[in-house]
Design a binder for this molecule. Structure first.
Ligand code: 5GP
Length: 190
């Protein structure tokens, strides 16, 4: 997706060896025009797929998922990282290792919001080693529902997330795939 790649080149900041900071349009401030185009592109890539719900993870996935859901006309469910006192007691849970925080946390999704008949599109901002995606897939499996696909805004192609998803035989669509970002230079695949 050229618009997204240009935005990454213009505003993305490389932190250390392998973290891309895109706070100015994706992770802190949100570029709604860009998000609308992202939503349309996900709709195009998953055209013809049976999708009843979008599942994401708080916090950064929520905005992307909500705008994308308008094109699919389905609800959004987001996995919670923290337990609030008003959280349902019956939850699906999975452990996720955070790439950026370097520690594990538990995600929870109420059993009320994923049902066996659901066909789920998983959406997230980044794909690195597929820990978040694997946790979300795990939750869908626990609900005996189906994963229809995974939509990622930015994939870091030099990490092993794609291989992990491929092994699970799930359609993976990433709107920008970074092949390398050494020496302060971002290079995209294609
Ligand atoms: P994974 O679970 O695939 O290893 O990592 C993906 C998750 O970690 C995403 O939900 C995202 O929040 C975070 N993440 C991984 N790499 C990056 C990165 O380079 N930049 C940002 N902003 N977030 C990242």
């Amino acid at each position: 997706m050229e618009l997204l790649k240009n935005k990454i080149l213009k505003d993305g900041k490389i932190i250390g060896q392998d973290v891309l900071k895109v706070d100015s349009f994706l992770n802190h401030q949100i570029d709604i025009k860009l998000f609308n185009e992202i939503g349309k592109e996900f709709k195009r890539r998953f055209e013809g797929k049976d999708i009843t719900k979008i599942l994401t993870i708080e916090a950064s996935g929520i905005g992307i998922a909500c705008i994308t859901a308008q094109y699919f006309n389905v609800p959004v469910v987001f996995a919670k990282k923290q337990e609030g006192s008003n959280m349902d007691k019956e939850n699906y849970e999975a452990d996720v290792f955070s790439f950026t925080k370097n520690k594990s946390y538990k995600i929870k999704v109420s059993k009320n919001y994923i049902k066996p008949e659901d066909k789920i599109l998983i959406i997230d901002d980044f794909l690195a080693n597929a820990n978040a995606a694997s946790g979300l897939i795990d939750v869908v499996k626990q609900a005996n529902a189906e994963v229809s696909g995974i939509g990622i805004v930015i994939e870091k192609g030099f990490q092993n997330g794609r291989e992990i998803i491929k092994e699970k035989n799930i359609q993976l669509e990433s709107l920008a795939i970074i092949e390398s970002m050494g020496n302060g230079k971002i290079v995209f695949k294609n």
